[in-house]
Design a protein around this ligand. Structure first.
Ligand code: NAD
Ligand code: IPM
Ligand code: MN
Length: 356
C-alpha cells in the first residue's frame, strides 16, 4: 500500500465547497485503485477561526504542517477580516516557511471547455506559467508614515535576491528545456522599474547561457498581457516575478474558461517541506454558500498533487474523467450549465468508476 498524508485547509467561502469535492474525487479514486491510502487531517484555519481566536492559525501552525506529504488548500480571505491580515496570517507564511518557491500555474484549455477567445482551441492554449512564489514584490518591508496628515504616505519595497531569482529561473529553463518547443518567455518591466527588473533581466540572460537550446524572449508585462489574448499559441513556458505571475495567471484563467478552472501547485522542489496545492481562485464571496462554485480547479489541483507523489497514472485517470464530464456538458453556472458543485464532483466520480 502506498501511503500519503494530506493536511486539508478548506479555508473560506467556496474554498470549503470545492475542497469537499476534490477530496471526494481523490477518495473515490483511491478506493477504485485499491493500492493507495491517504490519511487526511482537517484544519479549520480560516477567517472564521480568526474571528474566534484573533489569529488565522495557532502559533505552532507551521510546525504542525511540516511533516505532512502535502497541503490541500481551498482559499483564504473573507469580508470581515482585512485581506492582508488573513493572507499574511496563513497562506503566505506557508508558501515562505516551506520554501515553496515555485508556483506552477498551467494555462491549458481542457477538453469540453470553450475559450472566450474566438477561434482558439486546445492546440492554441497550452502553456505553463512559473511564478516566483517567495519574494519579489510580496515583501512586507515598508511602512506607513505621517498618517492623518497631508503628508500621509506608504512605501512598499520589493526584494529580488540572486539566490531567489536564479533558482526560479533555473526551474523554468529546465522545464522549457525538457519540452519540445524549448521556448521561454520572461515577464519584465525593466523600462519603468529601474532596479529590480533590470536585475531580473540580467539573470534571465545569465541562466539562459546554461540552456543554449532554449530560445528566450524577455517581454514587458504590459505587452505580454495583451499577447496572452492576441497570440496565446506562441507560449511554452512563461516565467514571472511574484506579482506579475499573480496577475498574469488570472488572465491565464480567463482565456481558458474562467476562475473556476485554473489550478496551482506551490512546490518545494527539494521536497524538504510539504508542497501545497490550491486553486488560483479565491473564496468568491459573491457566490459563497450557493453551492454553485466550479470545483474543476480544485480537482485539477488534486491531480497535480498525485503527480507530485509520483502517481501519474491515477492523475491521468482523474484528468481524463474530469474532461469527459466537461465534454458531456455537465457544468456549473460559470460555464453556462446548471450543475451544482456537488453534482459535478459526483459526475467525475461516476466517470472514474466507469474506467476501472
Ligand atoms: P475570487 O477568485 O475569489 O473571485 C473572482 C471572481 O471569480 C468572482 O466573480 C467569483 O465568483 C469567480 N470565481 C472564483 N472562483 C470560482 C469558482 N470556483 N467557480 C465559479 N466562479 C468562481 O477573487 P476575489 O474576489 O478577488 O477574492 C475574494 C477573496 O479571496 C479575497 O479575500 C481574496 O484576498 C481571496 N483570495 C484568496 C486566494 C487564495 O487563498 N489562494 C486567491 C485569490 C483571492
Ligand atoms: C493567488 C492569490 C494570492 C497571491 C493572494 C490571495 C495573496 O491571489 O494565489 O493568486 O497573490 O498570491
Ligand atoms: Mn491571484
Amino acid at each position: 500500500m502506498r501511503h500519503y498524508s494530506i493536511a486539508l485547509i478548506p479555508g473560506d467561502g467556496i474554498g470549503v465547497d470545492v475542497i469537499r469535492e476534490g477530496k471526494k474525487v481523490l477518495d473515490t479514486l483511491c478506493e477504485l485503485d485499491g493500492g493507495i491510502s491517504i490519511e487526511y487531517k482537517h484544519f479549520d484555519w480560516s477567517c472564521e477561526y480568526y474571528l474566534k481566536h484573533g489569529k488565522m492559525m495557532p502559533d505552532d501552525g507551521l510546525d504542525i504542517l511540516k511533516d505532512f506529504d502535502s497541503i490541500y488548500l481551498g482559499a483564504v480571505g473573507y469580508p470581515g477580516v482585512p485581506d492582508h491580515v488573513s493572507l499574511w496570517g496563513l497562506l503566505l507564511p506557508i508558501r515562505r516557511q516551506f520554501q515553496q518557491y515555485i508556483n506552477i500555474r498551467p494555462v491549458k484549455l481542457l477538453r469540453g471547455i470553450q475559450s472566450p477567445l474566438a477561434n482558439r482551441g486546445v492546440d492554441d492554449l497550452n502553456f505553463t506559467v512559473i511564478r516566483e512564489n517567495n519574494e519579489g514584490e510580496y515583501s512586507s518591508i515598508g511602512g506607513r508614515m505621517y498618517e492623518g496628515t497631508d503628508m500621509d504616505m506608504a512605501i512598499q519595497n520589493s526584494v529580488f535576491t540572486r539566490y531567489g531569482t536564479e533558482r526560479v529561473l533555473k526551474y523554468a529553463f529546465d522545464l522549457a528545456n525538457q519540452g519540445t518547443e524549448k521556448f521561454l518567455t520572461a515577464a519584465t518591466k525593466s523600462n519603468g522599474i529601474n532596479h529590480t527588473m533590470p536585475f531580473w533581466d540580467e539573470y534571465v540572460r545569465k541562466i539562459n547561457m546554461d540552456y543554449p537550446e532554449v530560445k528566450t524572449d524577455i517581454v514587458h508585462i504590459d505587452a505580454l498581457s495583451s499577447f496572452f489574448v492576441t497570440k496565446p499559441d506562441v507560449f511554452d513556458v512563461v516565467v514571472a516575478s511574484n506579482l506579475f505571475g499573480d496577475i498574469l495567471t488570472d488572465l491565464g484563467a480567463a482565456i481558458v474558461g474562467g476562475m473556476g478552472i485554473a489550478p496551482s501547485a506551490n512546490i518545494n522542489p527539494e521536497k524538504k517541506f510539504p508542497s501545497m496545492f490550491e486553486p488560483v481562485h479565491g473564496s468568491a464571496p459573491d457566490i459563497a454558500g450557493k453551492g454553485i462554485a466550479n470545483p474543476t480547479a480544485a480537482i485539477w489541483c488534486a491531480s497535480m498533487m498525485l503527480d507530485h507523489f509520483g502517481e501519474s497514472n491515477l492523475s491521468a485517470i482523474m484528468m481524463d474523467s474530469l474532461q469527459d464530464v466537461l465534454e458531456e456538458g455537465i457544468v456549473t453556472p460559470d460555464l453556462g450549465g446548471k450543475a451544482t458543485t456537488e453534482e459535478f464532483g459526483e459526475e467525475v466520480c461516476k466517470k472514474m468508476r466507469s474506467k476501472f
